[in-house]
Design a binder for this molecule. Structure first.
Ligand SMILES: Cc1cc2nc3c(=O)[nH]c(=O)nc-3n(C[C@H](O)[C@H](O)[C@H](O)COP(=O)(O)OP(=O)(O)OC[C@H]3O[C@@H](n4cnc5c(N)ncnc54)[C@H](O)[C@@H]3O)c2cc1C
Length: 383
């Protein structure tokens, strides 16, 4: 079968990879001048989250699935992006310590929670804290590296089109006479103008098959929509309650030796492969654009001043929008009236851990007819 994937971020990459692995032809269209969440995320896989130390949804299934697909892709692409590393959390006071200890007695929690972890180089780098707690089986996925390496491969194979997809073309590309409900055509809303320079290297072919190639129709058996937060502009899926949460981060460098673990204090401090730290992130449900702002830069610098006790240099300041959903569950499924149109979205703040299993559920549904779990099936939102 021949598939077209709209949006090659984390969701589009894993879905496409699974389809290719099953022997299908996959083409991709992505607007490279837009900022993608996948290019900004730290990619933390965190089994125990929040102030109440709650186990992440389905984490026992998500971690093995993530490790399997990411390490397989590492071998295919010849780059490393799956990094297993402990996550050290700050306990701020006795109350926190008590909550942590009580929680670790709950069934299924013990294997993820360590009361007296080895903090490694954290005390030399950062201000003293009341106590440390350790999260086991945490990891970091360098999502940006994975997406870029996959893109390089599909560009070289002539299966990538660098272009903003025009939704009016869906009918022609699928050869369908069905149309999205008129009420869903949100012509009033437009993705705000791109605020970033193109991310693609000079000379990237903008077309699928050479300089003059383009999408033709009808030539696809199935179109899969993976546009991240911009899916709200897709008239076919505009009935879904798309959210959006803007996040900003700093990339900083210190002269001290790089940590070999992640640290969560006022902000996350995540060691990156190039000897820098990812520091973040901010979280805003209301935003006017996807650009970094001086206000949030100051906020992150203030948090960093509370955490680091060594001088640091800011290398970069980035922003992107997370594709959130009101009930905090994925969007997976096929369009109620046009089953050849499918969606994988709503990865929210946890795309690195959710996308591996989410893409498997979608692909197994499309290829084998397996049922999508009801809690993530878009059918829960009606037509
Ligand atoms: C600051 C920040 C920190 C984060 N940290 C973490 C973390 O630590 N752990 C974690 O698991 N998750 C994290 N996330 C969330 C994670 O980044 C997302 O869940 C995930 O990357 C979403 O992937 P996606 O493919 O759905 O969307 P995106 O990465 O946004 O990709 C969508 C792609 O579709 C393209 N597109 C959209 N519309 C069109 C169109 N009409 N035509 C062509 N192309 C189009 C876009 O250009 C983009 O490339 C973070 C996000 C942010 C912003």
């Amino acid at each position: 079968m021949r598939f077209l994937i709209i949006g090659q971020g984390l969701a589009g990459t894993l879905t496409g990879y699974r389809l290719e692995r099953a022997g299908h032809d996959v083409h991709y269209v992505d607007a490279p001048e837009q900022m993608a969440a996948s290019a900004v995320a730290a990619g933390i896989v965190n089994p125990i989250t929040g102030r109440r130390f709650v186990k992440s949804w389905r984490i026992d299934e998500l971690i093995p699935e993530a490790k399997a697909v990411y390490t397989e892709l590492e071998s295919l692409l010849g780059v490393r992006f799956w990094h297993e590393m402990p996550l050290i959390r700050t306990l701020y006071n006795r109350g926190d310590r008590n909550d942590w200890e009580v929680r670790s007695g709950d069934p299924g929690y013990r294997e993820y929670m360590e009361d007296q972890p080895d903090p490694g180089g954290i005390p030399e780098l950062t201000e003293p804290v009341f106590a440390y707690a350790g999260v086991r089986h945490a990891a970091r996925v360098d999502v940006g590296t994975m997406v870029a390496a996959f893109r390089e491969k599909i560009v070289a194979e002539g299966r990538f089109l660098a272009e903003e997809f025009d939704y009016a073309r869906i009918e022609t590309l699928l050869g369908t006479s069905k149309r999205p409900e008129a009420r869903n055509e949100r012509k009033d809303l437009r993705a705000f103008p791109a605020s970033h320079p193109p991310r693609t290297p000079e000379g990237l072919p903008r077309t699928l098959e050479g300089p003059s190639g383009t999408l033709r129709g009808p030539e696809y058996d199935q179109i899969i929509c993976c546009e991240g937060w911009r899916a709200r502009f897709n008239p076919w899926f505009a009935h879904l309650p798309h959210g959006g949460n803007k996040g900003e981060v700093l990339i900083v460098k210190t002269k001290a030796p790089l940590l070999d673990r992640m640290f969560k204090h006022r902000v996350f401090l995540v060691p990156l492969a190039d000897d820098t730290y990812w520091v973040g992130a901010t979280s805003e449900n209301r935003f006017d654009d996807d650009s970094p702002t001086p206000h949030n830069r100051q906020y992150l610098e203030d948090r960093l001043a509370e955490v680091l006790k060594v001088p640091y240099e800011i290398i970069d300041h980035r922003a992107a929008v997370r594709p959130t959903v009101r009930d905090r569950r994925l969007f997976i499924g096929v369009h109620p009236e046009e089953p050849r149109l499918a969606i994988l979205n709503g990865l929210g703040t946890k795309g690195a851990s959710l996308a591996p299993l989410g893409s498997r559920w979608l692909v197994e549904h499309l290829l084998e007819g397996k049922a999508i779990p009801a809690e993530v099936d878009i059918g829960r939102w009606g037509a």
